[in-house]
Structure formats: structure tokens, C-alpha cells
Design a protein around this ligand. Structure first.
Ligand SMILES: *Cc1c(COP(=O)(O)O)cnc(C)c1O
Length: 429
């Protein structure tokens, strides 16, 4: 089997050959590698080539591929059936594990994807506040539901423009775009519109890694309080990734509603939204806000999530281990880039790392877009050739897993040195 033929075959039956667009390597060129299996820190493709995997399924696999505890949990749940469509005890157990960790979360409801979690949280927020206006930040991604697929408009206080064909003007008419890390842009919207909800990635990971400034988050919280708007903290990526307590470690447990996904499913299809009892009580069957799912709270998925969170609870030290590796990695990248006069901005939050080919620090989406995406594409290709699998876009976050060792990081740094040298030599030719 070879990657090229398998990808061509996939393209015959699946749009673009992929079931999620960024997997297609569109922004870096080339073709995706077709995966045969995972193994700890590594992915193995259909040509039997091994790659050190810094994507880790885009975040969920904090313990790497084929973690034995998570696999055992799924296997033992499997022997009791795949799905019931009725309450199972694992739902209560996982809900308990999440609610007891966060003082701002009394109740939690499980869904099957982060998209559903944010979409539902917004519906609850609107139902609770009785106001339809929503503030979202340029460059933040909250899944692919219509109202959230809005890119940067001409100004923060104007109505957003849909950034996907097929999204109607009506669907985004209540979505107002603000600028990340810019509190004035939020004030301007609050001063002119009726806002019922604000949604934000506190540690933005979908325009590259761009953490919010603590002062900005503090002011955002008080603006929401002042205007009676529900603050939705989207932790689908940063939850149990940036730390054991996600973004709460950095900004406090400030969300009126919080969304989770990725790590809380241990690699299975689990996401959740939760918050204060008063707000969550608006949900059907107790309240008037409808939300449902045939496979929500699936017993296998719940078992995987419980196993993942149990492991985290038993080994909270993993976050300093992961953060040390992440720091080592990006500092190594930075040094290698410096040696070749290539401008690089780096950042780390727990097991999340980011790097921009940019002359200046990146504080928002406009800054991020000034990055050298051609340089990124060259670096990505050079690293892939050397067995290092980085996310195929300048605007994604990288992930460290516990299956990675110092030696893996040393290898990646060594390959970065070779890659930058190769790129520099190409430029001289
Ligand atoms: C991944 C992600 C989502 C969407 O989750 P899916 O499971 O892909 O639908 C939403 N918000 C954030 C912050 C994410 O990183």
C-alpha cells in the first residue's frame, strides 16, 4: 500500500478524501499521510513509516495512542453493550468527576462533539438571558455550527460576515465580532447592542496558540456581569490540557457556562457543557431550552473519559512534566530558528505549544495572519520528511503527550535544526 494511492482512493468516495478539512494538508501542500495505527507518541502510516505525533488527534490523547488504561476501560464497558439510549451509571460518574473539580459547575450535560457543546451552551445562555446578541472573538473557533462560522468583519461593532458558503446572513445576524485581548472592542459592542452571551477560548488554540491576558479576562468577566450577559468559557481544547483545571488555573473559574471536549473523552466522541444550576436548569426536560442526542452519554465513551480523568487525578504531576517538554521543544525550535535568522514567536500553556513565524508577538487574529505561512509550509514539509508530524497549519496548536520522552523532544529539536538549515540553503540557491 502507498499513501498516494490510498489518498486517491479515499478522494473517490469522501469529499477531499477527508472527514475534517484541515487533515487534507491544504495550507501546507502535499498529501496527508494515511494512518495505519498509533503507538504511544508515534503514528505509523500505511507505508509503515513512523512519525513523532505532535497532533495527538488534535488534543484528546494526553496519554498518547493506545493508552492501556483507557483501552481496558473501553473493553470492559464493551462487554456490557455499545449503547443503551437510556441513563447509565458512567454518565453520573463522569459528571461527578467534572463538577467536583470546578466551583462554577454544578450541572453538566454530555454531548458527542465540541461543536454540539458550544452550540448548546449558546442556546442555553440565550434562553436564560432572554437576549439574542452574541459576542465572539476574531480567530476563536468554537466548532462548525452556523452562528459561529464568522470571520473578521470590517469592524468589531458591525454585523459579522459568514466565512462559509451556505451560512445565511440570518444565522450570523446576532453574532458580533470583537478583537481578542482588546477590551475596548468588547465595550463598543456592549454599548450598542443587546448582548445575552459572550463566548471565548480563554487560551485560544485555533489561530495558533494565543493566550488571553489575565487583565483582559478579568475585565471581560466584569463587563459580562455589568450587562447581564452569560460568559461562556470554551475549554474544548484547553480543558485538562493547559492544566488539571484548564484555563481556571490562569484566570480563575470565571465561566457562567463552560464547554469541554477532546481530553474528557480520552479519544472517544465526548464533549460537555456545564455551569451554574440556575442556568443549566433552563435545559429540557426541567426547562424550556431543547437539546438532545441519540448517542449522548454513550457508555463506551463515558468509560474512556472516566479512565482519562482518573489517570489525571492520580498523576497531577503530569502537567509539569508535559509543560517542561513543551518548553524544551519550543525553546529548541527558537534557538534553531535564531541561528538561521528566522523570526519565531513561541508560547506554551501546560501541554499545549505554539510557534509563529512572525517578527512580532501575536496577541490577536490580525497579528496571527501576519505570520509567514510560506515559511511554515516549508518547515512543516521538512519536519514531516524527517518523521516529525506537526499540525499542517500555522494556525493550530501542538500537543505533548505523556508517552513522549526527553529523547523524543531532543530528536524533534535536532530535526528542526536540520530543517531550518535546509530551508536557508534552498533560499540561497
Ligand atoms: C475542537 C474545538 C471545538 C470543536 O470541537 P469538535 O469536537 O471538533 O466539534 C470547539 N471549540 C474549541 C476551542 C475547539 O478547540
Amino acid at each position: 500500500m502507498n499513501n498516494h494511492d490510498e489518498f486517491i482512493e479515499a478522494k473517490k468516495y469522501i469529499p477531499g478524501g477527508v472527514n475534517s478539512p484541515v487533515r487534507a494538508f491544504g495550507s501546507v501542500g502535499g498529501e496527508p499521510i494515511m494512518i495505519a495505527k498509533g503507538e504511544g507518541a508515534y503514528l505509523i502510516d500505511v507505508e509503515n513509516k513512523r512519525y513523532l505525533d505532535f497532533i495527538q488527534s488534535w488534543g484528546p490523547l494526553i496519554f498518547g495512542h493506545c493508552d492501556i488504561d483507557i483501552q481496558n476501560a473501553i473493553q470492559s464497558a464493551l462487554s456490557n453493550g455499545i449503547s443503551y439510549g437510556a441513563p447509565n451509571l458512567n454518565e453520573t460518574k463522569l459528571a461527578k468527576m467534572i463538577t467536583k473539580k470546578f466551583e462554577n459547575i454544578d450541572l453538566v450535560r454530555f454531548v458527542s462533539s465540541g461543536t454540539e457543546a458550544t452550540m448548546s451552551a449558546i442556546r442555553v445562555a440565550r434562553g436564560y438571558s432572554g437576549k439574542s446578541g452574541l459576542i465572539k472573538f476574531e480567530g476563536c473557533y468554537h466548532g462548525h455550527s452556523d452562528a459561529l462560522l464568522v470571520k473578521a468583519g470590517s469592524g468589531a461593532t458591525t454585523y459579522g460576515n459568514a466565512s462559509s458558503a451556505g451560512v445565511t446572513a440570518g444565522a450570523v445576524a446576532d453574532t458580533h465580532l470583537a478583537i481578542y485581548n482588546d477590551i475596548q472592542s468588547v465595550k463598543d459592542i456592549f454599548n450598542t447592542k443587546e448582548i445575552g452571551a459572550v463566548i471565548i477560548e480563554p487560551i485560544a488554540g485555533n489561530m495558533g496558540l494565543v493566550p488571553a491576558k489575565p487583565e483582559f479576562m478579568k475585565e471581560l468577566k466584569s463587563l459580562c456581569e455589568k450587562h447581564n450577559a452569560v460568559l461562556i468559557i470554551d475549554e474544548v481544547m484547553s480543558g485538562f490540557r493547559a492544566s488539571e483545571f484548564g484555563s481556571a488555573t490562569y484566570y480563575g473559574a470565571i465561566g457562567d457556562l463552560v464547554t469541554f471536549g477532546k481530553v474528557i473523552g480520552g479519544g472517544m466522541n465526548v464533549a460537555a457543557f456545564g455551569g451554574k444550576r440556575e442556568i443549566m436548569n433552563c435545559l429540557s426536560p426541567d426547562g424550556a431550552v431543547y437539546q438532545a442526542g441519540t448517542l449522548s452519554g454513550n457508555p463506551l465513551a463515558m468509560a474512556a473519559g472516566i479512565a482519562a480523568l482518573n489517570k489525571i487525578e492520580q498523576n497531577p504531576g503530569i502537567y509539569s512534566y508535559l509543560q517542561n517538554l513543551a518548553n524544551k521543544l519550543v525553546n529548541g525550535f527558537k534557538q534553531a530558528a535564531d541561528e538561521n535568522n528566522i523570526a519565531l514567536q513561541i508560547d506554551v500553556r501546560g501541554s499545549m505549544f505554539g510557534f509563529f513565524f512572525n517578527e512580532n508577538p501575536v496577541l490577536n487574529y490580525t497579528d496571527a495572519l501576519k505570520s509567514d505561512t510560506k515559511m511554515f509550509a516549508k518547515f512543516h514539509a521538512a519536519m514531516l520528511k524527517r518523521g516529525v508530524y506537526l499540525a499542517p497549519s500555522q494556525f493550530e496548536t501542538g500537543f505533548i503527550c505523556t508517552a513522549m520522552k526527553e529523547s523524543d523532544i531532543d530528536y524533534a529539536i535536532q530535526m528542526a535544526k536540520e530543517s531550518f538549515k535546509e530551508i536557508k540553503n534552498q533560499n540561497l540557491e
